[in-house]
Design a binder for this molecule. Structure first.
Ligand code: MRU
Length: 345
């Protein structure tokens, strides 16, 4: 398999290494992932996360395992199905693994096993390359919406730690900054797991982009004060009517932005559209452990009590200005007229 290196993913001599995101920013620890069981575990516990990145990592794992002579196609199919059970909401995980499964199912009767495995390796490499390129294109389209002097609010983490490339929403911000636009970012910390406070702050600092970290409950008051010009954030699954699931709290940001006439865009690759899903109501939302609400990492401040901990919420398309995809910017009106459905290949 071709070597590859990004902010958080390395592929060298057919070995996958992943930067453990649970430990950032305090420590930068790389994990070598050699089995489907380990990949499943690290996706589930969020050592690797972000919709496009988990799809890429899961398919690369199948590609790497296909290189082992002793792994049969039956075993590779089982591992692909197993990896799909690591997280339920981001559609990228399913589409990427389904691409690997289709290669196996359509070719196993026509070719010998070694050749099918060769195709699997090529498919995993193609998925990786496509996702990196889609990040570049989203960045270019989205950056055109940003003007010098803009104060941009972002949510969760959508950069090089969530994709194998420059990112989705954070990619747009990075591209605007690199093109010389003078911008400032408000990064929401993103409770309960603090992807904004830990990961986006780390990425913004590395990219030398001026930013201010805020608690999630500060966003609306900043909008009321006129301090936010635009909002850019990601998506984990987009229904064909434009409703999208993203990190829990996205919907609150959307309502506040709508009320204060702040343009808000979700940024995602076409691979995040679920063409089988017609509305946001059909998206399965991951429920996580109560412990994550009661504290952070090993520090628990709340008593043992009932907790509600959905990892994502659904934002209806009518609350935002549009969606930035790798194939261009789509306004809410265009999406409501069926523009996303037409993108199905
Ligand atoms: O639970 P996470 O950290 O995987 O959630 C990630 C997000 O919600 C991102 O905003 C999303 O994946 C889109 S960005 C690539």
């Amino acid at each position: 398999m071709e070597n590859f290196s990004s902010v958080c993913l390395r592929l060298k001599s057919n070995k996958i290494s992943i930067l453990d995101q649970r430990k950032i920013p305090q420590e930068e620890v790389w994990l070598e992932v050699t089995t489907a069981a380990k990949m499943h575990k690290i996706i589930k516990r969020l050592s690797v996360r972000g919709a496009p990145l988990i799809g890429v990592c899961a398919s690369l794992m199948i590609g790497v395992l296909a290189l082992e002579k002793t792994n049969s196609l039956e075993q590779l199919k089982e591992w692909s199905e197993y990896l799909k059970t690591s997280r339920p909401t981001a559609v990228n995980l399913f589409t990427c693994l389904d691409r690997m499964l289709v290669i196996m199912k359509t070719n196993e009767e026509k070719m010998d096993e070694t050749n099918v495995k060769g195709l699997l390796v090529k498919e995993a490499e193609a998925i990786l390359k496509e996702e990196v390129e889609m990040c570049e294109r989203m960045g270019e389209h989205g950056a055109k919406l940003i003007e010098s002097g803009d104060n941009i609010l972002t949510y969760c983490n959508t950069g090089g730690l969530a994709t194998p490339g420059v990112g989705t929403a954070l990619g747009v911000i990075i591209k605007a900054h690199q093109s010389g636009k003078k911008i400032h970012v408000y990064a929401c910390e993103t409770r309960p797991l603090l992807q904004g406070g830990r990961l986006t702050a780390w990425e913004l600092a590395k990219n030398k982009i001026p930013f201010t970290l805020i608690c999630d409950n500060m966003a609306a008051s900043l909008m009321r004060k006129g301090k936010i010009d635009k909002v850019f954030l990601g998506a984990d699954r987009i229904a064909t009517n434009g409703d999208f699931a993203n990190k829990i709290g996205t919907y609150s940001v959307a309502i506040a932005a709508k009320l204060h006439n702040v343009p808000m865009y979700s940024v995602a690759p076409v691979s995040t559209i679920d063409f089988e899903c017609e509305s946001g109501d059909q998206i399965e939302i991951e429920q996580r452990e109560p412990k994550e609400v009661r504290g952070v990492r090993d520090y628990i401040w709340a008593p043992d009590c009932n907790c509600y901990n959905p990892a994502f919420d659904v934002t209806p398309i009518e609350t935002v200005s549009g969606i930035v995809l790798d194939v261009g910017v789509f306004t809410t009106k265009e999406i409501q007229s069926g523009a996303l459905k037409k993108l199905k290949k």
